[in-house]
Design a protein around this ligand. Structure first.
Ligand code: AMO
Length: 442
């Protein structure tokens, strides 16, 4: 005889009156006199099992199970009286248990109350017990949203004619300048972990016109902050034949709106756990960085250094933009050349500035981008002006020798988007197994 197939909890309501087999985790057990109720959890949801006293074998097993035991259950699907106001919220069926088998069990006490509605753990404990903590609905919701974000990015990129590429992460030279790169031993020489896919996505663009990558980025950040990790996932894109950096911002704006829309449509339960809403699809304002700095001075009496905006300034500008335009996002444009990498296109009217932007979302920079230099002579001059060695960029410069269209692109920090959608205190909550100065495991 063929063994009965497993039914998922989410499908049980299609089998009222039939006997089904379910598998999952015991979320909670509640005893009411001789009756035992077990909330069972699988990947599709939760459901109540009822063990009646006239089933002595099942009752014996039920008395043994505790939270997070793995069980297999066979029983009758029964319609459940739904309380007023709970329609569509509580599952409409329960299982009258016939047979209960323990498939696996935790060793000793669980370090975390997995069933808590609001798991109030400090970040260290949350991350030390990461895999168990993820069994909690609210913690897991972050990564259900994250999964939707990745799918939405893939979807909108493909719809826009972008080809997906994967670029190397072990490099001969550091890409983004600065000091936040990891140097590694590569056989008998040194190598660097990619700080971005910058050079290779430009190379890909020179072939496919439009490319995107969802890939790992390494940054040696020596500080503990709420927005930096040492390994994150970048959502990158590069597009050719642009007229100006505005074309890049238009494409990024479309991309953000698509991602927010899809998450809003498909993740209402997960968003609800955080009382979060995705931004409305309003046009994203663009303001020059210099103008933003004036606003900071005038509205917040805040002085800046080095013509740059810091984290506090970013929060203030977002607050100001929200107040004046209703937008949760803002593009800051025309960063001074000394703040941007050598590959940034200088502004024609004033080469002190560049055709670049940052995108801020609810107080945090989530993307950088811009138009790139595409002529060899301008590129070599820019590399030298930054005091870098031409030799280190030979292969990069070669990309441009055979003709490359005007182009630009962006790098988005995927985890920061989720952090801001859910208003999480730290980016590390939005990284499955984050890496910081101290943390290399789990
Ligand atoms: P940038 O260095 O600004 O630009 O990085 C792009 C975006 O990546 C995210 N990010 C981080 N997220 C988590 N932890 C970090 N340590 C971290 N560092 C950066 C941010 C940031 O906006 N090549 C350019 C992009 C481009 O022009 O296409 C680049 O890497 O959200």
């Amino acid at each position: 005889m063929k063994a009965m197939e497993r039914t998922l909890i989410g499908e049980a309501s299609q089998h009222i009156g039939a006997v089904v087999k379910l598998r999952g985790w015991v979320h909670i057990r509640r005893d009411h006199g001789k009756l035992i109720f077990i909330e069972l959890r699988d990947r599709s949801g939760k459901l109540q099992l009822v063990v009646l006293p006239d089933k002595p074998a099942a009752t014996l097993v039920a008395k043994e199970v505790r939270s997070e035991f793995l069980v297999e259950v066979t029983g009758l699907v029964k319609e459940r009286p739904v309380k007023a106001g709970q329609e569509g919220v509580a599952p409409a069926v329960e299982i009258e248990v016939d047979k209960l088998i323990i498939v696996g069990r935790p060793e000793g006490e669980l370090p975390i109350d997995v069933s808590a509605l609001d798991l109030d753990l400090n970040l260290e404990t949350l991350l030390n017990y990461r895999t168990v903590a993820l069994r909690n609905d609210k913690v897991r919701a972050i990564f259900e949203i994250y999964s939707e974000l990745l799918a939405a990015y893939d979807e909108v990129m493909r719809a826009g004619g972008f080809v997906e590429i994967k670029t190397p992460k072990i490099l001969e030279a550091a890409t983004e300048g600065g000091a936040n790169f990891f140097k590694i031993k590569y056989f008998d020489r040194d190598a660097f972990l990619a700080q971005s896919p910058q050079f290779y996505k430009q190379a890909g663009m020179s072939v496919f016109e439009r490319v995107f990558e969802i890939g790992t980025v390494f940054r040696a950040e020596p500080h503990f902050t709420t927005r930096h990790v040492n390994e994150y996932t970048g959502l990158d894109a590069e597009l050719g034949f642009i007229d100006s950096v505005e074309d890049v911002m238009v494409e990024l704006e479309k991309t953000m709106q698509h991602m927010f829309r899809r998450i809003g449509e498909r993740c209402s339960a997960q968003l609800g756990r955080y009382e979060a809403v995705v931004p409305e699809a309003v046009a994203i304002p663009r303001i020059r960085l210099s103008e933003a700095l004036q606003i900071l001075k005038k509205e917040y009496n805040k002085e800046v250094e080095n013509e740059d905006i810091d984290g506090e300034g970013e929060r203030m500008i977002c607050e100001y933009i929200k107040k004046t335009s209703g937008s949760d996002l803002v593009f800051l444009t025309h960063y001074p050349a000394h703040l941007r990498p050598f590959y940034s296109m200088p502004s024609v009217d004033d080469p002190k500035y560049t055709e670049t932007f940052d995108l801020l979302f609810r107080g945090l920079e989530i993307a950088s981008g811009g138009q790139r230099i595409h002529s060899v002579s301008q590129l070599t001059a820019s590399i030298e002006k930054k005091g870098l060695r031409l030799d280190d960029f030979k292969h990069y410069i070669d990309i441009f020798r055979f003709g490359v269209p005007p182009h630009g692109g962006w790098g988005l920090g995927s985890e920061r988007i989720v952090q801001k959608i859910l208003n999480l205190g730290s980016i590390k909550e939005a990284v499955l197994y984050p890496r910081d100065v101290k943390r290399l495991a789990p």
